[in-house]
Design a binder for this molecule. Sequence first.
Ligand code: NAP
Length: 248
Amino acid sequence: MTRTVLITGGSRGIGRATARLLGTRGWSVGVNYAQNLAAAQETVVEVERAGGCALPVAGDVANEADVIAMFDTVEQTFGRLDALVNNAGIVAPSMPLADMDLARLTRMFDVNVLGAYLCAREAARRMSTDRGGAGGVIVNVSSAAARLGSPNEYVDYAGSKGAVDTLTLGLAKELGPRGVRVNAVRPGLIDTEIHASGGKPERAAQLGATTPLGRPGRADEVAETIVWLLSEAASYVTGALIDVSGGR
Ligand code: NAP
């Protein structure tokens, strides 16, 4: 039976690597993106080449109507929903909290917290066995920042990921009896474009060298853990926060 997943922010970075790996396992993948359709289309091609089915799904996770439409599109196209990878997230330029303006703080929490909660809510509504669903799996993509705090860089981002961890702990207890496992992966310094979007393209390489494993991680190394959590091999794992951070 083909299983179906929606990956928010599936078009680039960790989301794309997860989509590609799920393609090798024959999954159908809704590849959500916010702005970059070309990247989403490239990811769709990679999933199909790997052996899966895929579809670009536009939408801003911070917008409730977009989120509902994203889930509707995946269910209508593939006929079912088995999993959510709650992965879309942003950073912003490094600075102390004292220099952050309201617009930045609002967008950070809208995308990383409200977006994650809205997507988890939609998944819960559709997959919970007490609401007619068939059960499923949610993997939230948090960050090692949730336990490091990211001082002088982005305490806003770190706090938003703390909320994702807490969502994971609570929702695992709420949805376990309803057939849905909920876990989080906390990547460390992973070589993706997110660092450039925060104004520091060399951040992963520079700081990665200072970690116990002496290098930044790759998106496919995070994808391996996400895909394991989605699989039956992790059938007794829920409420876990799993670091993929090279020991950082
Ligand atoms: P990335 O390479 O910058 O990719 C971000 C993805 O999220 C893109 O597909 C982007 O789509 C999408 N996105 C951004 N804002 C969105 C929104 N409002 N609605 C829907 N999609 C949106 O990031 P990444 O490094 O793969 O990060 C993925 C997740 O891992 C994030 O939650 C991040 O916080 C977390 N993480 C990353 C690292 C790291 O070192 N890379 C470490 C710890 C945690 P568009 O291109 O269309 O905007």
